[in-house]
Write a protein that binds this ligand. Structure first.
Ligand SMILES: [Zn+2]
Ligand SMILES: [Zn+2]
Length: 251
């Protein structure tokens, strides 16, 4: 199982990266995890759009799902003919929300994708064993634990401090955690993690490696890394476009 960082910019696309998007590839199964603003273009550097087997959307904020609009155009209007529907797993209301964003009066989201509602708990998606839990964010948001062939990846999606994230990430080889804030006074509650809090969650979960993502363009990446390192003593790095993370955390 290999994780590729497609987009790591937090809350909106940055100069260096689209918004959130990650590709998980087992060799014969490709899962796109979030498809935020600007990510559809970058995704094509790492997989053909016709080669994606499933999509999981952590939540319905635009920086995690809005490029599904462009993806529906690829699916519905390809010159070789309409593509088979791709399964899309998301929170309740995903199909309606994306259809409203697309605004199509002809072929739409339901022609391009088959939507399935995520619930908290275990599921099998292709060869992946996936466990989801609700995160601490203003809209329904799922964090993910993804297991395949003995390796474990956890993804925070967007969350404020959250005990369930620690449980999802327990003993994972890699925790891909958001770090939207750096230390500061008067940070909003129940919205995002600071880099230090991401480190604290990683330490509590005992993960093998911490990769910080959802990095907001106005933050100082050096401060982000430093503050996380004060809370987590293990291997730690910032997500970067095209970064590939092999299972086992030996990247
Ligand atoms: Zn976000
Ligand atoms: Zn969000």
């Amino acid at each position: 199982m290999q994780l590729t960082i497609v987009g790591w910019s937090g809350s909106f696309p940055g100069r260096e990266s689209p918004a959130s998007c990650y590709l998980i590839d087992t060799g014969d199964f490709r899962l796109v995890l979030d498809l935020g603003s600007g990510a559809l273009g970058a995704l094509q550097r790492y997989t053909g759009l016709a080669d994606v087997d499933a999509v999981c959307l952590s939540h319905l904020h635009a920086d995690h799902c809005l490029d599904m609009c462009g993806y529906s155009v690829f699916q519905n209007y390809h010159p070789d003919g309409a593509r088979p529907r791709i399964p899309v797993y998301g929170p309740a209301g995903t199909a309606e929300r994306l259809s409203a964003a697309l605004g199509s009066d002809h072929l739409g989201m339901a022609d391009a994708f088959s939507f399935m509602t995520l619930t908290a708990g275990p599921a099998e998606i292709g060869p992946l064993r996936i466990t989801t839990a609700h995160m601490n964010h203003p809209v329904e948001t799922f964090g993910f634990r993804i297991e395949h062939a003995g390796t474990v990846l956890a993804y925070s999606a967007d969350t404020g401090p959250c005990d369930d994230l620690v449980e999802l990430a327990r003993g994972a080889d890699v925790l891909l955690s958001e770090a939207s804030f750096t230390d500061g006074p008067d940070l909003p509650a129940d919205l995002h993690l600071t880099a230090r809090q991401a480190g604290e969650h990683a330490a509590r979960a005992g993960v093998g490696e911490l990769v910080l993502t959802h990095l907001v363009p106005w933050n100082d990446p050096v401060a982000t890394l430093e503050q996380a390192s004060e809370a987590f003593g293990g291997p730690l790095r910032l997500a970067a476009s095209g970064m590939r993370i092999p299972g086992g955390g030996h990247a």
